[in-house]
Design a protein around this ligand. Sequence first.
Ligand SMILES: Nc1ncnc2c1ncn2[C@@H]1O[C@H](COP(=O)(O)OP(=O)(O)OP(=O)(O)O)[C@@H](O)[C@H]1O
Ligand SMILES: [Mg+2]
Length: 250
Amino acid sequence: MSEATTVERAAPAHGREAYFSVRNVHAYYGESYIVQGVSFDVAENEIVALLGRNGAGKTSTLRTIARTDDPALMQGEIWLAGTAIHPMKAFEAARQGIQLVPEDRRIIPGLTVEENLVLSQVAKPIGWPLERIYGHFPRLAERRTQEAVTLSGGEQQMLAVARALARDIKLLLLDEPYEGLAPTIVREIEKILVEVKELGITTIIVEQNAIAALQLADRALILDMGEIVFDGTAKEVLEDADLRHRYLAI
Ligand SMILES: Nc1ncnc2c1ncn2[C@@H]1O[C@H](COP(=O)(O)OP(=O)(O)OP(=O)(O)O)[C@@H](O)[C@H]1O
Ligand SMILES: [Mg+2]
């Protein structure tokens, strides 16, 4: 057993500042206490897989980080590159470079692929120009005049990631990006996420397809009932069948 396998709890707050840090965060939907004292650090340029069973609080944690109103953050701190995110509203967090790609991908009906991309660039900070995006996403380039809701699931996920890159982001939060996609398409999205990492962007990925997420990720966090129960490397989770059975049911 590797020594870090024994660290099945949130890493303690260190004096040294992490690039992205979530400190003792508590969040509620009305009276429902859902995110129950979550703490973790993410290094710059890391890919972290945030895993856990259905209802563990993964989406709620991402939404709290993105500073959506629901769930409401009632206690704790969130820091990105030395900036306090916890006092912010969602639009301000977005302006700081936090980009949530929700499970439903939020493709805007009635708009073409290109119009969806252009719309991401109406507000600053602007990221990649369209031509650069199309260079990385040739499938989107071919379909730039197609109505975006008619794209396949995989293409819609590509568009969701592309829209994130159309903004100048620091932290990409992906909620179930592989959901409903065939394995070959999952591999295409993975390749794009590796490219996103090469650009220096930091990513937190939530996935039911834990094995795929772990193969991509540097580190893993496991949530259970609104608390972090494991914080370690992706490799440790891949190699620890007991841990996976206990918290991921795989
Ligand atoms: N809008 C809401 N109002 C009240 N409770 C909610 C709301 N959204 C989620 N919850 C509850 O919060 C808990 C955590 O939900 P969350 O969606 O964060 O889990 P998850 O880990 O993303 O699950 P899944 O894997 O099914 O997507 C669940 O018990 C859920 O019922
Ligand atoms: Mg969820």
